[in-house]
Design a protein around this ligand. Structure first.
Ligand SMILES: [Fe+2]
Length: 473
């Protein structure tokens, strides 16, 4: 059982980061801390969920600085980085929306955390994921410290690698009347943005140390890949990364300068690895076209947020190889075609928000019209409403609104490959339900047949980890 959180008590400082218990232990069968339903509270504050944004501090790192994966591993960092370079590729997990807000949802979260953990334990060394990156909404309903143990630490107690996170709306929205010391973003930062690898009160008796990422927005620099994570704030919709020229005065504009500095650094260094952008709120979220059958799911897209990001990318001359999000509780994979720097880019935009909290339908019945799901490959260019780049098309390639799942991402010197693994099938790690492979040098997607063959028959050859050779973005 977890000890009672006491946020004033001194926290033990470990001499090196710790990630798991070392010996697997049985799954929890119920919450250690009872979690009453928030349904009535939710109903009472419904409007605030679309009005109340939150401020946040600057990252501990300067705008152009990166947080290296090896830092998260402490004294083992150099060896881990060298092993990744020797394997000539990096593998890692990404997933969003993991937290179970009710006891009835808990088995779903445990199934996903078990599958992700199992994947780590059964993979051969050269194919073993190096970390898990959470795409927000870690603890429901509102990031309370007393629920971190049941919704994060205990389900991932046997995951033997670092776990990074960007906060979602559920990790940051402040319920009116919340004491300042229980501000959810403060709790998030205590557990993910700690200056030192301490064991927090939220971890209870477990040994995972707090992640030492430098802020709620940061760039994770690993061999072969950089992940630029932005905090898209506390609203149900839309995602917001800045004040939007004063519209959201409580939100500082730090992230605009940060993103510009990161992209300028990539350009200046002629960085050749994969560049991923991550926000909790997705730029695109499916809804039927005007006059179509049914209505969209529970969330919309964030076109103004994407426009701000587009503008900075355009100005700096660098576009990411892929965009990852959560928030919608299902899986969606889009391809956005962009004319950028005189070339034609194909950019995957993925939502993987089916990490355990719930599964939501992509479309709902509306006013007598039945819910009609889009076919694979549907042209959804009408969702790209405010592009600030020359966007030439948007396709919804695949979706899954029936299964839990997670992403398994691998990057070598030439390609980025993102696979979607469903959870619930047996054996747990089956063939991916979906996958996409991007050529890093020219931002083009490998045709499905060719990428399937590559998946089956092994990894690409290559020598660079993204730092040493030249490329373009
Ligand atoms: Fe969310």
């Amino acid at each position: 059982m977890p000890r009672t959180p006491n946020f004033s008590m001194p926290q033990p400082l470990f001499d090196e980061p710790t990630f798991s218990e070392g010996r697997p232990t049985p799954d929890p069968t119920r919450f250690a801390v009872p979690h009453p339903s928030d349904a009535r509270l939710y109903a009472r504050i419904q409007e605030l969920l679309y009005e109340d944004v939150v401020g946040f501090p600057r990252s501990r790192y300067g705008a152009p600085d990166v947080y290296e994966l090896s830092t998260a591993f402490g004294p083992h960092g150099p060896g881990v980085a060298e092993a990744i370079r020797s394997a000539r590729r990096i593998v890692f997990h990404m997933v969003g929306d993991i937290g179970a807000s009710t006891a009835a949802r808990y088995p779903g979260e445990i199934r996903v955390s078990d599958a992700i953990t199992h994947d780590c334990h059964i993979s051969p060394v050269t194919d073993r994921p190096s970390f898990l990156y959470l795409l927000g909404d870690v603890v429901y309903d509102f990031g309370e410290p007393q629920y971190y143990y049941d919704q994060f630490y205990d389900p991932y107690r046997n995951y033997p690698r670092p776990i990074f996170a960007i906060p979602g709306n559920h990790d940051s929205f402040i319920v009116p009347g919340t004491p300042p010391e229980l501000d959810p973003l403060t709790t998030f930062q205590r557990n993910f943005c700690s200056p030192e690898p301490v064991v927090t009160a939220e971890a209870g008796p477990l040994h995972r140390t707090a992640m030492t990422q430098p802020g709620v927005y940061f760039t994770l620099d690993a061999p072969f890949v950089r992940i630029i994570g932005l905090f898209s704030n506390a609203l149900e919709d839309p995602g917001v990364i800045s004040s939007e020229s004063g519209t959201w005065s409580a939100i500082p504009d730090y992230q605009l300068g940060f993103l510009a500095a990161q992209l300028a650094r990539i350009r200046r260094e002629e960085y050749a690895g994969a560049v991923l952008l991550a926000t909790h709120h997705p730029p695109f979220n499916y809804a039927p076209p005007a006059g179509g059958s049914g209505a969209g799911g529970f969330h919309g897209g964030s076109p103004a947020m994407l426009r701000e990001i587009d503008e900075i990318c355009q100005r700096e001359g660098v576009y990411p190889h892929a965009f990852l999000s959560g928030h919608a509780h299902n899986y969606q994979r889009y391809t956005r075609s962009v004319r950028f720097a005189g070339k034609s880019y194909q950019v995957p935009f993925l939502i993987c928000g089916d990490g355990g909290h719930s599964i939501d339908a992509l479309v709902q019945a509306k006013l007598g019209t039945p819910a009609q799901e889009p076919a694979n490959g549907a042209n959804v260019s009408y969702l790209d409403t405010k592009p600030a780049v020359d966007a030439t098309g948007l396709i919804l390639d695949r979706h899954d609104d029936r299964d839990y799942g997670y992403l398994r991402v691998s990057v070598d010197a030439r390609q980025l490959s993102i696979r979607f693994l469903q959870v619930g099938s047996s054996p747990p790690l089956s063939e991916p339900a979906d996958s996409v492979t991007v050529n890093l040098a020219d931002h083009t997607i490998v045709p499905p047949a060719a990428s399937a063959g590559r998946r089956r028959f092994g990894r690409a050859k290559g020598g660079s980890d993204g730092r040493r050779s030249r490329g373009e973005h």
